[in-house]
Design a protein around this ligand. Structure first.
Ligand code: ADP
Ligand code: MG
Length: 383
């Protein structure tokens, strides 16, 4: 186990691709850390540099305060699990898991004990004498994880380890990996493009975009206090809805603006974040949206704009309503579970306290909405 630090790390592939740009952060000993970002954002490059599988173009990597930048993966004592596992198909689970111990010259008794322990933890003890080629994808991935953990590495590197499994299995392995990591306390880094994986499993995570670190924090911090519009849309069970308004004006003490030529009512408090050109960028999570049907009175002091129901999808305790406003799509979670007709005209109403505001140019967050952590449980199960 070790603490890990990246200092001003850059990765260039040739002269053209600057895949990782000046990244610095620290991972505490025993932490489960996530690297999250869209495809091509540089996550795998960072992980491979941590592992020693890829050279660092500029900068330094430290394990427990000492530079390992020029060390091999073996010297760093890291273990890695990839999306596509690299098990020996003709070997049994036991032989695969024991392999890293065997090449380190462990005795048979030691090996049996260590393999038995990790196999029980991963619920594969009943498969222990089956060949890898005769196992399902999920079983193979458990064996690959067992093989990575059996020799107690300083750092466990996981690159999209469960991405290709089916939904139910993924949800199960997510929980098991978290439990296992907690009980072993092995410093671990997982690369994923799936915000749900990053959110549910990790202690803290780094969000990346185009090789640039956007934000580091706990899942709750990043969810509730995203640093910019990109993070707010990328992270979370449901993206932040964003409303880009222009032509803000006041009339008889009320404020309004337009979004793709559609009229919107703007609460007074949000006007503080308007730019010099009378534009405003605000957002809210879907649970904060109230869907107001025709004939109902929208609540006062709300951001309001009218559109049409694109589709409504029941998620058990709540209904996910997608509303089309010009070419903008807005999502709402309706806890009242009302019926919606396709193309029904509805008004989206957002209490001013739930609104986030972003700089219209840089898209950095300038004000946080309240209560962004009130995600209904039903929703998690639906994913
Ligand atoms: P991610 O894991 O987030 O999808 P990667 O770290 O794999 O991102 O890639 C980041 C960028 O670097 C991408 O633009 C990718 O095409 C490029 N890249 C990755 N590996 C190589 C390589 N071996 N040679 C050239 N370009 C690469
Ligand atoms: Mg990758």
């Amino acid at each position: 186990m070790a603490s890990i630090e990246l200092q001003n790390v850059n990765k260039w592939y040739g002269n053209a691709v600057h895949a990782v740009r000046e990244i610095s952060f620290k991972i505490e000993d025993g932490e489960f850390f996530g690297l999250l970002g869209p495809s091509g954002s540089g996550k795998t490059s960072v992980l491979r540099m941590l592992a020693g599988l890829e050279t660092v173009t500029e900068g330094d990597i430290l394990f427990d305060g000492a530079s390992v930048t020029d060390q091999t993966p073996q010297q760093r004592n890291i273990a890695m699990v990839f999306e596509q596992n690299a098990l020996y198909p003709h070997m049994t689970a036991r032989q695969n898991i024991a392999y890293p111990l065997k090449i380190r010259g462990k005795s048979k008794t030691e090996m049996d004990e260590m393999v038995g322990d990790v196999a029980r933890m991963l619920h594969i003890d009943h498969l222990i004498d089956r060949r890898a080629s005769q196992m399902s994808g999920g079983q193979q991935q458990r064996v690959a994880i067992a093989r990575a953990l059996v020799r107690r590495p300083n750092l466990l590197c996981l690159d999209e380890p469960i991405a290709h499994l089916d939904t139910l299995l993924r949800a199960r392995l997510r929980g098991e990996l978290k439990r296992l990591q907690r009980s072993l306390g092995t410093t671990s880094v997982i690369v994923t493009h799936d915000p749900i994986e990053a959110m549910t499993m990790t202690d803290r995570l780094a969000v990346m975009r185009d090789g640039v670190l956007q934000q580091i924090g706990s899942p709750d911090e990043i969810h509730n206090r995203p640093v910019n519009a990109f993070v707010s849309q990328f992270f979370g069970l449901h993206s932040m809805n964003l409303f880009r308004l222009e032509g803000l004006r006041e009339s008889a003490g009320r404020f309004s603006g337009s979004l793709n030529d559609t009229h919107a009512e703007v609460p007074r408090s949000a006007m503080a974040h308007a730019d010099k050109s009378d534009r405003l960028l605000v957002g809210c999570r879907p649970h904060a949206v109230e869907v107001v049907k025709q004939g109902e009175t929208p609540p006062a002091d709300t951001f309001r704009i009218t559109g049409r129901v694109y589709v409504a999808e029941p998620l058990g305790e709540v209904t996910l309503v997608t509303i089309q406003i010009g070419d903008l799509t807005v999502q709402a979670l309706d806890a009242r579970k009302r019926d919606y007709a396709i193309d029904e005209e509805v008004t989206v109403a957002v209490p001013q306290s739930a609104l986030y505001a972003f700089d219209t140019e840089t898209e950095e967050t300038v004000a946080f909405g309240e209560g962004a952590d009130m995600l209904p449980d039903a929703d998690l199960r639906a994913v």
